[in-house]
Design a protein around this ligand. Structure first.
Ligand code: NPW
Ligand code: K
Length: 516
């Protein structure tokens, strides 16, 4: 599913109106009717309900007046509060405001202090609140009046239906500067906006519905929309169907370079993630002293002992062995648990520079690349990098806060600069490509915020590449399957679930998507 930024949505509206001749008032009518249809599914019979519509002076408020008209026609009790003066409302919104004025609906301008008591009483006795304060035209921090209204809406404990976007949420980034409406439902218009999927905006949106408002499909396909939302059907189309006559050699050869003394678990979980994602033959190369324990942990994985430093990390002397292993493999996953010794870091850089198979680079291998990201642009195949925000901060020189403030922008910029696929992990993982294409993941849950889930993701993505998926498709499908496996595991209890629970749930997640 494509997601449109506020600027792209405005351009789509402009083309629909100016080039196709669809009057803006028709789009607004369709928008308002779509919200009323949604209210019918939630609160029928509408004739027995009381609605409080909170409208701004822009077109989002205009949608609110259309909603008010249709609700009143159905016999509902409707009160409209306008954050500003009627005289300040223009265009299609004004047209619809004038209509409900002529219909005799109660429209109260919030222009002086005395009105607030009335707002409070109405909000308290309403069955449902409609947030039509602001949509894609919202900028920056809400004004004091808007904050007061948002506080009242959020404190009311009533169903809140946001029109297009919960007011106060940035449509592009999901950021909330100050306060935002906490909606129980959002009916977004035309195309969904990225900010409805990125936190904290995603949490403000509640249950999301995308409403068709009659924009010609050709306008949307004619736009270069680079934001995508990852959904199950998209992944179903990506995953290959396994031939009934398949043998292990057809499902790829995968090498993992991971682990150091005290960090054997990271290596094991990476290999197990790849195994559960369906990779055929896996070789786990790790410091020699870990071999015995890894062989016990992973019955189905081959292990390869590597030269190690006195501290039990992979030594520089292992470089040729790893490069040789990479050339005999379809994909190499490198990084989890390698540790932070400088000798190991130098080895990672040498392997990344020389390996001729696709790479999935994670954890300590990412830290080894801080200050050396230019190596990535010379990789023979597009490498997949899977940083969490801390690793991303180290790689970019930004603070973790700056990384999280606009995850899409940061991931996209890094992917372009490094000529790599960047999987920026976290709630709503973002996958960015060098051409600016971005995918936002929708699966997963807070139970996944536990050690080892990142190692599992590295294994899953590498496991999919081993089975013949392009690095592009493997990154997109990998993050979705990983989150879905987390959701499957969380069905038995979210708090306390482990990365191992998630890994075991990968086959069930894939079964849910593809039926195998
Ligand atoms: N034809 C179309 O295009 C269609 C558009 N459609 C709908 O229009 C919406 C876009 O409409 P838009 O562009 O008029 O802006 P909109 O979201 O109403 O926001 C402006 C309002 O927000 C206010 N405001 C902003 N920042 C603020 C702040 N920090 N703090 C406080 N207030 C702030 C601003 O106040 P002002 O700055 O004027 O004082 C003004 O009142 C879109 O989301 C969809 O719902 C549909 O009907 C389909 C057809
Ligand atoms: K809104």
């Amino acid at each position: 599913m494509k997601a449109a930024t506020a600027a792209v949505m405005r351009e789509i509206d402009r083309i629909a109106i100016n080039e196709y001749g669809i009057p803006g008032a028709v789009l607004m009518e369709n928008a308002g009717v779509a919200v009323v249809r949604h209210l019918e599914t939630m609160l029928a019979p509408l004739s027995e309900r009381k609605f409080c519509i909170l409208a701004g002076k822009g077109n989002n408020g205009g949608d609110g007046y259309v909603i008010a008209r249709h609700l009143a026609n159905q016999g509902a009790k409707v009160k409209v509060f306008l954050l500003g003066e009627k005289a300040a409302v223009g265009g299609d919104a004004r047209l619809n405001l004038d209509i409900i004025d002529l219909m005799g609906l109660d429209i109260i301008e919030i222009t002086h202090e005395r009105v607030w008591d009335k707002v409070k009483v109405t909000v308290t006795f309403a069955d449902c609140l409609i947030d039509a304060l602001a949509g894609t035209g919202f900028r920056g921090e809400p004004s004091d009046d808007m904050v007061q209204l948002i506080d009242m809406i959020n404190a009311a404990g009533k169903p809140v239906v946001a029109v297009d976007i919960p007011s106060g949420v940035d449509a592009d980034t999901g950021r909330v500067y100050g306060k935002a409406v906490q909606a129980s439902h959002t009916v977004t218009l035309g195309l969904p906006k990225p900010g409805l999927f990125l936190y904290p905006g995603a949490e403000c949106a509640g249950q999301l519905t995308v409403a068709d408002i009659g924009i010609p499909a050709a306008i949307v396909t004619g736009q270069e929309i680079k934001q995508n939302i990852i959904m199950a059907d998209m992944i179903g189309a990506i995953l290959p169907r396994r031939s009934p006559a398949a043998h292990k050699g057809e499902n790829g050869r995968l090498a993992v370079v991971a682990g150091s003394r005290g960090l054997s678990g990271a290596a094991a979980m990476t290999a197990a993630g790849a195994l559960r994602a369906g990779a055929g033959l896996i070789t786990l190369a790790a410091p020699a002293s870990l071999q015995a324990v890894l062989a016990v942990k992973l019955t189905e994985v081959m292990t390869r002992p590597l030269a190690e430093t006195s501290a039990g990390a992979v030594a520089q002397a292992a470089v040729q062995e790893i490069i040789g292993l990479a050339s005999a493999s379809d994909v190499l996953a490198i990084g989890p648990g390698l540790g932070c010794e400088e000798e190991t870091r130098a080895l990672v850089r040498a392997v990344v520079a020389a390996a001729c198979c696709p790479l999935v680079i994670d954890a300590d291998a990412l830290n080894a690349l801080a200050g050396y990201t230019s190596i990535l642009t010379d990789c023979s195949a597009l490498p997949v990098l899977t940083p969490h925000p801390g690793e991303m901060a180290r790689l970019t020189g930004l603070s973790i806060q700056a990384v999280n403030a606009d995850r899409v922008k940061v991931a996209r910029q890094a992917a372009g600069e490094w000529g790599s696929i960047v999987v920026l992990k976290g709630a709503r993982t973002v996958v960015a490509f060098p051409d600016g294409e971005v995918y936002i993941n929708t699966s997963g849950n807070a139970g996944m915020a536990t050690g080892g889930t990142g190692d599992a993701l590295t294994g899953i993505i590498a496991g999919l590449i081993a089975q013949g998926l392009s690095s592009h498709d493997a990154a997109v499908a990998g993050v979705y399957i990983h989150g879905l496996a987390g959701d499957v595991a969380a069905a038995a209890g979210m708090v306390g679930m482990t990365a191992t629970d998630l890994i075991k749930a990968v086959p069930a997640a894939m079964y849910g998507i593809k039926g195998y």
